[in-house]
Design a protein around this ligand. Structure first.
Ligand code: NDP
Length: 278
């Protein structure tokens, strides 16, 4: 029997002239760098209105310039310096997006980090302060953004894509256990919100990357040389990465766009796609 509720007209139709996210508005947290920056560029190039954001104004400006340089008009961009762990920052993201574009169709909860302990402690010696900060960024901010954007996504029957990590898989992660705990909880939040929100036509899915060459390891306090050494080591040992290559931000951004594209992924709900080179 034909399903008349879903639109199966291909988004890769060679005769299609409209970019596939034309008229859609996307908020991408953590788009001042790495995976979020790449996703912002791809969404904008594919016709979306994009709210880009992060705390670091200089890096955010780099994202803005990169997108403008690719030929996207200023009118499709909303650039907001904000800390996504604060209520004020979250409200600013939502309000400025609605003020500029009128609606919200897609929320990408991408901002995240493995927050290092200032004393260098790892494992059970990491402080409770680090635990709180890690969960606040990688889990609580996602929950808060989801609650704040939900009414707007109900209006547009929109999509949420959370960025998790292979660290959240059920394997021990003794060194950065708080980060792993946060991402494991995020996976459960993705599954649960997906079932709660599909009644409103909102789809929720996530992506769990393995090693991706971004500012992530630097943000954990590792200097450039050590970061490069880690990437080189992992991508030359097939027991670490069978594909023998570190992921690039676009590898993950392309999956984000796939999950945001209802014509391609409408029947995927509450899933996490692992992208880790094996
Ligand atoms: P980057 O460090 O390159 O980017 C992280 C982004 O998050 C930056 O734009 C940063 O912006 C933003 N961010 C961090 N804290 C805050 C905050 N408090 N408020 C607002 N923005 C914040 O790392 P990735 O691109 O790699 O990380 C993206 C996601 O991918 C994260 O959720 C991460 O956990 C996940 N991931 C990454 C992996 C990797 O190997 N790279 C592996 C598995 C998962 P700013 O500093 O300007 O605030």
């Amino acid at each position: 029997m034909e399903d008349t509720n879903r639109d199966f007209s291909s988004s890769q139709n060679p005769f299609q002239t409209m970019p596939r996210f034309s008229g859609k508005t996307v908020i991408i947290t953590g788009s001042s760098n790495g995976i979020g920056r790449s996703a912002a560029l791809l969404f904008a190039q594919d016709g979306a209105n994009v709210t880009i954001t992060g705390r670091n104004a200089e890096r955010l400006e780099e994202t803005r310039k990169l997108i403008l340089k690719s030929g996207v008009s200023e009118s499709h961009l909303n650039s907001v310096v904000a800390d996504v762990t604060t209520s004020g920052g979250q409200d600013l993201l939502v309000k400025s997006t609605l003020d500029k574009f009128g609606k919200i169709h897609i929320l990408v909860n991408n901002a995240g980090a493995g927050i290092p302990d200032a004393t260098g402690a790892t494992g059970t010696d990491q402080s409770i302060d680090v635990y709180h900060k890690t969960l606040q960024l990688n889990l609580q901010a996602v929950i808060e953004m989801t609650k704040k954007v939900k009414p707007h996504l109900m209006e547009t029957k929109g999509e949420i894509i959370n960025i998790s990590s292979v660290a959240g898989q059920p394997r021990a992660q003794p060194d950065f256990m708080y980060y792993a705990i946060a991402k494991a909880a995020l996976d459960q939040y993705t599954r649960s919100t997906a079932i709660d929100l599909i009644q409103y036509g909102i789809r929720v899915n996530s992506v769990s990357p393995g090693l991706v060459a971004t500012g992530f390891v630097n943000a954990m306090g590792m200097p450039d040389a050590a970061t490069q050494k880690l990437c080189d080591f992992m991508s030359s040992h097939k027991e670490c990465i069978p594909a023998l290559v570190a992921g690039q931000p676009e590898d993950i951004a392309n999956i984000i766009l796939f999950l945001a594209d209802r014509k391609l992924s409408s029947y995927i709900i509450g899933q996490s796609i692992i992208a880790d080179g094996g």
